[in-house]
Design a binder for this molecule. Structure first.
Ligand SMILES: [Fe+2]
Length: 400
């Protein structure tokens, strides 16, 4: 006889995830601008309110590329429950994990054409990525694929029993972000670009849910485990995850109190901690939306480092959704004909004349191959598909 939902949770000791207190150290974290979605109201009569929100968003996404989202409509209890499940999923015995691996044991052993630990469904093995000086990563994650396609909840047999037990709640969470929040953020971006509301959605995210090619958004449960060894801390120079930009449109991360996420400040070039805002989501912009906006919106470099001493021995747990555009979307602003971008010279007749035409799938595959390899530095300029930006340091591995 199959177990009830509660019995499955009991079997895997599902219990609340306990975060540590905020750090006592004064590390001057950056307080991101908070975008309050409760101000997003439908109807022509509320256009001014949406425009105000768009103006606020413009400041964030053309500079840091990061902001906090508040009043997003997801109850804290929902997030707490999913984090409790995530904790048990990410600590499942290896005997179970090895039946659901996303990838080869290390990036270097990855077979040509494989999805890799970044995208493959299931567990990325701890130690998959090279971090620094021969030290491997201390990160557990479990990936979902096509998290917002209608088939997602039906594929229970593709997951361990505990994940299958909560697939519906995970789908509800991911779908709220993809089908409710993302279109609102895209409409605000439309207003920033002076194009009709709905344009970005129409051209780049058309058939989410019914077409796999348009639903390659993916979710992730992710836990950073302490190195727990002074020597490892020193040899990695305190690095958990090296600097990178995300590949897609928007990334949604649950905010939590361990101070470890840093962005490279666009104004000073220095790494800065991102502050925790209770109940918020941290949202950052990825390469795809940077390209679609002709480089006006910024996909900033970010990394994860070891927490301050008073938080160092705790696991750091986040749930992430990487919202990607359609696989066939062309990543430049030609489709949307934005008067604002034209004015800024961000068109193929002007500053973007070297930009080659690329689809999101190409970008996704090519960049994925470059992540987490030993050779990649963090400060090298590389020209790629006709685009040159300092933060694309990963691409050095392609050139070599
Ligand atoms: Fe990232």
């Amino acid at each position: 006889m199959s177990l009830s939902k509660e019995e499955v949770d009991k079997k895997y000791n599902v219990r609340p995830f306990v975060d540590p207190e905020r750090t006592k150290e004064d590390l001057n974290p950056l307080k991101l601008d908070a975008i309050d979605l409760s101000f997003f109201e439908e109807g022509d009569e509320n256009l001014n309110k949406r425009q105000d929100l768009a103006n606020r968003l413009e400041k964030s996404i053309t500079t840091h590329g990061f902001f906090n989202l508040i009043n997003h409509g997801i109850p804290q209890e929902t997030i707490d429950n999913l984090r409790a499940v995530s904790q048990s999923v990410l600590t499942l015995p290896y005997e179970i994990q090895k039946q659901y691996l996303a990838s080869a044991p290390t990036k270097e052993e990855e077979v040509q054409g494989g999805e890799g630990g970044e995208r493959g469904r299931g567990f990325k093995p701890k130690g998959y990525w090279a971090i620094k000086n021969g030290i491997r990563d201390s990160i557990h994650h479990y990936n979902f694929r096509d998290s917002c396609h209608d088939s997602f909840v039906k594929d229970k047999e593709k997951h361990p029993e505990l994940v299958a037990n909560h697939l519906q709640e995970l789908a509800d969470y991911f779908n709220h972000l993809q089908r409710d929040i993302l279109p609102k953020l895209l409409r605000l971006c439309d207003l920033i670009l002076n194009i009709p509301e709905g344009s970005l959605q129409k051209h780049y995210f058309a058939k989410v849910g019914t077409n796999l090619d348009d639903s390659n958004t993916h979710g992730r449960l992710m836990m950073y485990e302490p190195y727990g060894d002074e020597q490892l801390s020193q040899e990695t120079e305190g690095t958990f995850l090296r600097g990178h930009s995300d590949m897609g449109a928007f990334t949604f991360i649950t905010s939590q109190p361990i101070l470890a996420l840093q962005i490279r400040d666009v104004f000073t070039g220095k790494w800065r901690y991102i502050d925790h805002l209770e109940g918020s989501l941290i949202v950052n912009l990825g390469d795809a939306l940077e390209f679609i906006s002709g480089g006006y919106f910024k996909a900033c470099l970010h990394r994860v480092i070891e927490p301050p001493l008073d938080q160092r021995k705790f696991n750091r747990l986040v749930i992430i959704l990487f919202c990607n555009p359609s696989g066939k979307a062309i990543l430049d602003p030609e489709n949307i004909q934005s008067p604002k971008l034209k004015q800024l010279g961000l068109s193929k007749e002007d500053k973007l004349k070297d930009w080659e035409t690329i689809q999101f799938n190409d970008w996704n595959q090519t960049k994925g191959k470059t992540l987490g390899r030993v050779a990649a530095g963090e400060r090298n300029l590389v020209k790629f598909y006709g685009r040159t930006i300092e933060r694309w340091h990963h691409l050095e591995t392609i050139k070599n």
